[in-house]
Design a protein around this ligand. Structure first.
Ligand SMILES: [Fe+2]
Length: 527
């Protein structure tokens, strides 16, 4: 009898512990759609509902005017994650939220800021990659961290995010060491636990773009972060200010024609000089095209099949990762033999190569062998802090140093500068790279000349488009917010009826391509 009582107490205790575990945890925000109007809230633990609004109601979930149950639950590497894809948000607005789980527990109150839909508004982002597990067994690091402080450095980087308050984070692959081993549950638990350090003391969280490295596969990315399942995607940030291409370097740059054709088509569509041409184009992919990390060198297929497109269609900045060293280049272009880069003031600045805590490696080309197009190179833990405006892109490199003495930013506006105390990489030729826009308009003016009205918008089906002029041999193309072409049809006359049956729900874009080569774009929303 006594044994049974003890057993019952143990069982009740276990139920209690399990109830506690059922609470939500390991929160993460992902951008997979229009950054001005959508947000994916991801979490582990119990399933639940996001309660949110633009007024801070603390943890009183019933006071929030909006709620959204999780759209999907996915499992990978021992993680069960839930995702609520919020839509219809107001641009450039702070949202406050809690997650009420199925067991009736409410999370802490968090907040995020949507990005803008105005290309004149500056924004900032943190860019880096290659964290590493570094978890300890019996007091020792298991493997893969010869310097012994990979975990600590990753955490310092995450803490810096919380203090800098960037408008988004672009993470360039390789989250943990082991893709397929029994250790992955621990490694990913720890990665998400450490990611909580990116949350500011006021609960603000930062939406994140993810690219796939060679230590995770596309299903990992989809199931752990809810990135688009296609493995590569593009985001239109600030409605034409910055077009970010998130590419998958695990797919061969030349022979994977699906990615290559998609990239080619999207760059062509947005390189016409019309209103659909973004001011800046940015590419992010994990494996460097020509690495400065020792022993990696040239990826010829990327040089042949991607770089020529980047250069042809005006990409100005590329982020690479993977080799655990740090570099930033002068603007450069590929040479005629596709074997290396050469200096070219109209070229692309390459930054990298993945030092968010991963084990330090060595540089390949030093001293007299240093590449002339490499501005600076070194080995230390860091990420880049990038500010984008219509006039320029400013790139700084933040060292994972002095973290405790960095002040948390008090500025929640988009495009705010670094807080006091941040330690920058400061080579002899300066601590900042600025890419200026030779065509910088003092302000970006919507050049809407041909379309006079689009209605109804939002629409569930048919949209009527009226033109100010008679259209001849024009084409109207419908894209979803990830840049995937949904339909294309010819337009003549001064009105056209568009059927949204092929459009994705949510935000879509129509591009009207005139006979004179001009393109104008408009947002249409399908509900
Ligand atoms: Fe890698």
């Amino acid at each position: 009898m006594k044994t049974k009582s003890i057993l019952l107490i143990v069982v009740l205790c276990l139920i209690g512990v399990n109830t506690l575990k059922a609470a939500t945890n390991r929160y993460c925000l992902t951008l997979r759609d229009d950054p001005a109007t959508t947000m994916v809230v991801g979490w582990a633990g119990d399933n639940g509902t996001v309660h949110y609004g633009t007024t801070d109601e603390g943890t009183n979930y019933t006071n929030y005017p909006l709620s959204h149950a999780s759209n999907r639950t996915a499992t990978a590497h021992g993680q069960t994650r839930h995702f609520a894809r919020l839509t219809g948000l107001t641009p450039n607005t702070m949202y406050y939220f809690v997650i009420r789980d199925a067991a009736g527990q409410t999370s802490a109150r968090f907040k995020f800021r949507t990005l803008s839909d105005n290309p004149n508004d500056a924004f900032t982002f943190v860019n880096g990659g290659d964290t590493r597990d570094g978890f300890k067994t019996f007091g020792f690091y298991v493997e893969n961290c010869p310097s012994g402080d990979c975990l600590e450095k990753r955490r310092e980087g995450n803490q810096l995010v919380s203090k800098i308050k960037p408008d988004l984070v672009a993470f360039n692959g390789d989250y943990v060491m082991n893709q397929i081993t029994s250790n992955t549950t621990n490694e990913w638990n720890q990665w998400f636990d450490d990611w909580q350090l990116t949350i500011s003391s006021d609960g603000r969280m930062y939406p994140t773009l993810h690219t796939q490295g060679n230590h995770e596969d596309n299903q990992d990315m989809y199931n752990l972060f809810d990135v688009p399942q296609e493995e590569y995607y593009v985001l239109n940030i600030h409605n034409g200010l910055f077009r970010a291409y998130l590419l998958n370097s695990e797919l061969n740059a030349c022979s994977n024609t699906a990615q290559l054709n998609w990239l080619t088509n999207d760059l062509q569509t947005h390189a016409t000089g019309g209103t659909s041409d973004p001011i800046w184009k940015f590419a992010q992919y994990h494996i460097p095209t020509f690495a400065m990390g020792n022993g990696y060198g040239l990826v010829g297929d990327q040089m042949s099949c991607w770089v020529n497109l980047f250069e042809q269609y005006g990409v100005k900045l590329a982020s690479e990762s993977h080799t655990h060293i740090t570099k930033w280049t002068h603007p450069c272009k590929k040479n005629s033999g596709n074997t290396d880069f050469v200096l070219d003031s109209d070229g692309i600045v390459y930054i990298g190569e993945g030092q968010w805590g991963a084990p330090h490696r060595t540089l390949d080309f030093t001293g007299a062998n240093k590449k002339p197009y490499v501005r600076d190179q070194e080995v230390f833990d860091n990420f880049f802090f990038i500010k984008v405006s219509p006039q320029e892109i400013s790139i700084k490199c933040v060292k994972f140093e002095n973290v405790d003495n960095v002040s948390e930013s008090t500025d929640d506006n988009l495009g705010s500068d670094l807080p006091a105390g941040v330690v920058l990489w400061n080579p002899s030729n300066g601590n900042e790279i600025v890419i200026t826009n030779p065509n910088a308009p003092s302000s970006v003016v919507e050049n809407i000349v041909k379309v006079s009205s689009i209605s109804p918008n939002p629409s569930s089906g048919i949209v009527n488009i009226n033109f100010n002029v008679d259209m001849k041999n024009a084409t109207i193309e419908l894209y979803n917010s990830l840049g995937k072409l949904c339909s294309s049809e010819k337009v003549s006359g001064n009105e056209h009826t568009l059927d949204l049956k092929d459009a994705c729900s949510g935000v879509n874009y129509i591009y009207i391509r005139s006979e004179d080569g001009k393109v104008e774009s408009h947002k249409v929303v399908k509900f």
